[in-house]
Design a protein around this ligand. Sequence first.
Ligand SMILES: [Zn+2]
Length: 399
Amino acid sequence: MLKTYKYRLYPTKKQIAKLEETLETCRLVYNSALSDRRDYYKETGKSLSRIAQQENIKNYKKDRPFLQEIHSQVLQNVLFRVERAFDNFFRRAKEKKGKPGYPRFKGKDRYDSFTYPQQGGFQITQQGLKLSKIGTIKMKLHRPIPITIKTCTIKREIDKWYVTFVVEHSEITQDVPNNPIGIDMGIKAFAVLSNGEIIENPKHLQKSEKQLVKQQRQVSRKKKGSANRRKARISLAKQHRRIRNQRSDFHHKLSRLLANLYNPIIVESLNIKGMVKNHHLAKSISDAGWGQFFSYLTCKAEEAGSQVEKVAPHYTSINCSNCGNQVPKTLSDRTHKCPFCNIVLDRDHNAAINILNKSTVGTTGSYAWGDSTSTLPMRALQAESLNQEAPSEFPIQEG
Ligand SMILES: [Zn+2]
């Protein structure tokens, strides 16, 4: 399993100039490698391989000294990126789903990272992050990192710089006892658990989202092409970044907590793309970032030794979790009132129990509603850590 660790970098002005220069050179190499491939195909009807392009770059270097300013593996990685762009293009063309989208040239603002693909080009020292051809940049190592780093990527996010390290993880840290839970992803709340716990979207995130709407309006009010509009756009981009960070932090904390407490964790296998297309639900779903949350949850569960099971979403909100009869509802019906067994439950709570009961792993029979495990940790998380400002830098983990 690969895991990513992200840290904030604090380059000096001189280093920033060097970093910008590196990005720009990589961008030029990317664009020229792309046009080489295109021309070669036009002329010969064959694809130009990455290996051939690597040979080309060695020859270019002789009379283009600015290429020698860049670490050779960083340049090679650019060619890997071009190759990946073409591979993806061919795959999409083969699948014949919509337009495959030919790889594009990268504009100035569209190229914002470069990668050292193996140890040697970079090194973590007492002083910070030492990068070949660039120097040692101050780094805030807010949490320890394993020694065996695979790759190191430097990334510009508007006016801040970050490094992400990809690390291989194999160890499973603990055994989680059999303690199943169903999760229904909510529309009003972030999620509702089968034990009745409601997980709200954190307050600071809601606040930031309100702020975002305001800032969006401000941009559209400013004159096109004006300095003020540009300023407003930058502050809007920063607000987007703040929300991304806050949301990601929330997803990390919540998924870690769930993975440590419950096993297995049962969720609906939702077709998120299909649902976002549905305008009625679009905003709330994309805002809740379910896709990101699920991928964090799967990764954290794997680390913790617990299991995530995806079950078919059919009838989870219609069926009565107590007697199994169907109780049709519209989207605005927030309560499940069963005319057959008279049970009254929050709509999402009922769905979460149904989701739990669909589980086929590690469970015996069905779970009654209110079959509650400790509700304290979740509340504590809600009250304390989740409502604090998220840090501007945080670790990202990918499964
Ligand atoms: Zn019923």
